[in-house]
Ligand binder design. Structure first.
Ligand SMILES: C[S@@+](CC[C@H](N)C(=O)[O-])C[C@H]1O[C@@H](n2cnc3c(N)ncnc32)[C@H](O)[C@@H]1O
Length: 276
């Protein structure tokens, strides 16, 4: 790990105080129920994802402002290279690109890759409304998406926890990035039982987080962060907690990670060997 810092301050997304359908205690419980127990039936990952987001589309953007923290901070921390190429895996509705403001125009090509047709429709509407003519939304799987050129920045915002074989998604990002290129990830997580050098979570936090795996398709994992730090040079790390809508006392742990692909790194593009 080259450099890292822990941001201990309790964090909440700026703008999260805007009134929305999930506001208030009752709204938060209702929304939390839909997020956790929303439809996710299907024979394949893609079918399950599509079923889930069809049921969430109407309230996705407003409700997620209250639970998906750290997205603005990540987007603002990533340096925007002139003429750069940026891929946002599991980009959803494309709303995160608003955090770049005018800087988005400095990029030559931005590609949002998502598996869900419902999310892609919303992304394309968002892109058209903002007249971002360097941004396209394409259907694809983050674990095997191929890009026509080397990439400067790859982001995953609350996407790794939705991808069952998330290690393939990280390996694919590593392969697509140019040496020195950056990966930015923000997501829920729990720590390992013995977490050093990362933040240690309590027994209760770790076990509540892992409980989520069996009741929904959100694969909260203790291994994302160690794997990211193993593959990339850590440039910035923040491990903290955010509110879950207006639920009192309840806080969800999340991290923001910015890492660089080591310069001259080619040989390890396929990642460390793993047992199948
Ligand atoms: C929780 S949403 C996050 C959306 C957006 N990044 C945000 O911050 O609001 C997760 C997204 O990942 C997408 N997704 C899930 N599995 C995927 C995969 N294998 N490849 C690409 N996208 C995927 C879902 O369709 C969904 O849009």
């Amino acid at each position: 790990m080259t450099s890292s810092h822990r941001c201990d301050a309790k964090s909440q997304t700026p703008g999260a105080k805007t009134p929305d359908p999930s506001g208030g205690l009752f709204g938060s419980i209702k929304m939390g129920w839909k997020v956790v127990f929303g439809t996710k039936r299907g024979a394949t990952h893609q079918e399950r994802i599509e079923a889930y987001y069809q049921s969430q589309a109407s309230f996705y953007n407003e409700s997620r402002k209250r639970i998906l923290h750290g997205r603005k901070e990540l987007w603002e921390q990533l340096p925007v290279p002139d003429d750069g190429v940026w891929i946002d895996f599991g980009g959803g509705t494309a709303s995160n690109f608003e955090f770049l403001g005018e800087s988005i125009g400095r990029l030559s090509k931005v590609t949002l890759v998502d598996l869900s047709d419902t999310m892609l429709k919303m992304a394309r509407e968002h892109i058209a409304r903002n007249a971002w003519d360097n941004v396209t939304a394409v259907k694809g799987d983050a674990t095997c998406y191929e890009a026509p050129m080397q990439v400067d920045i790859i982001t995953f915002s609350y996407a790794l926890t939705m991808i069952p074989n998330w290690f393939d998604a990280i390996d694919n990002a590593f392969k697509l990035l140019k040496p020195g290129g950056r990966i930015g990830v923000v997501d829920f997580y729990v720590s390992r039982k013995y977490a050093k050098p990362f933040r240690q979570h309590s027994w209760l936090t770790r076990n509540l987080g892992m409980f989520g795996r069996d009741i929904n398709n959100i694969f909260v994992s203790p291994d994302h962060l160690p794997y990211l730090a193993q593959r990339f040079e850590t440039e910035n790390l923040c491990e903290t907690f955010g509110k879950f809508a207006s639920l009192p006392l309840f806080r969800t742990p999340y991290y923001r990670f910015i890492g660089r692909k080591p310069m001259g790194e080619v040989a390890r593009d396929d990642g460390p060997e793993r047992a199948e």
